[in-house]
Design a protein around this ligand. Sequence first.
Ligand SMILES: C[S@@+](CC[C@H](N)C(=O)[O-])C[C@H]1O[C@@H](n2cnc3c(N)ncnc32)[C@H](O)[C@@H]1O
Length: 242
Amino acid sequence: MEIEPGAAEREHGRRVAGMFGRIAGWYDFLNHGLSLGQDIYWRHRLARLARPAPGSTVLDLAAGTLDVSLALLKRYPDIRVAAMDFARPMLEKGRTKVPPELASRLNVSLADGRELPLPGGSVSAVTIAFGIRNILPRAAAFAEIFRVLKPGGRLCVLEFGSGRTRIWKGLYNLYLNRLLPLAGRLVSGDAGAYRYLAETIAAFPAAEELAQEMRQAGFGRVLWLPLLSGIVYIHVAEKAVG
Ligand SMILES: C[S@@+](CC[C@H](N)C(=O)[O-])C[C@H]1O[C@@H](n2cnc3c(N)ncnc32)[C@H](O)[C@@H]1O
């Protein structure tokens, strides 16, 4: 399996960073609106499953506007969070939401998930919400996450399901392919971004296949949990000790 990003994947990365940069101002509004507020609950579940060691650092990768980073900091009062993303406007938007009492435990930096600027074994958990779908090749991100995790640490991935099974008699699929791009265009003026969302969901592997990719990257136990009839999943993968 190809791990190193090639020219096409680098170009894909530049387009993705540009696209999220353009919709950063609308991102939170659309997220909460289009999921009817469910996304807030999903991110809290993710934070709860991360279970970092006390006093340790958690990497929140593809941190975007920092909702998962903030959920982690609030849930675990003694950890630090390294929030990384390669779209500067998303991180800048996120920074405006950080309350002063949490700021000293949060480090925000511009970084590509395929080349993490962290030493091996330096974080006790990694979270990635709605990010892995955008990263190609995924194996490069999984390899980097595995490298920076301490043995015994957890990778927690929140992501949409593959969209290939009809959910709620196809109603969700209609929403995904028709209503979402339309709403995206009306509100943010960027239909492309929300069409891209539907396309990446359709191209994403099913839960078991994704788990298999994680095992191939070296993770031991991999479990997953469907939420809202499998519209989204949380995968939890552990890096074995020893
Ligand atoms: C859908 S947003 C999710 C943001 C946030 N985690 C959340 O839950 O709202 C996807 C984010 O992934 C980031 N991203 C995509 N590919 C990336 C990569 N290779 N390295 C770092 N960040 C990446 C994008 O810039 C974007 O901010």
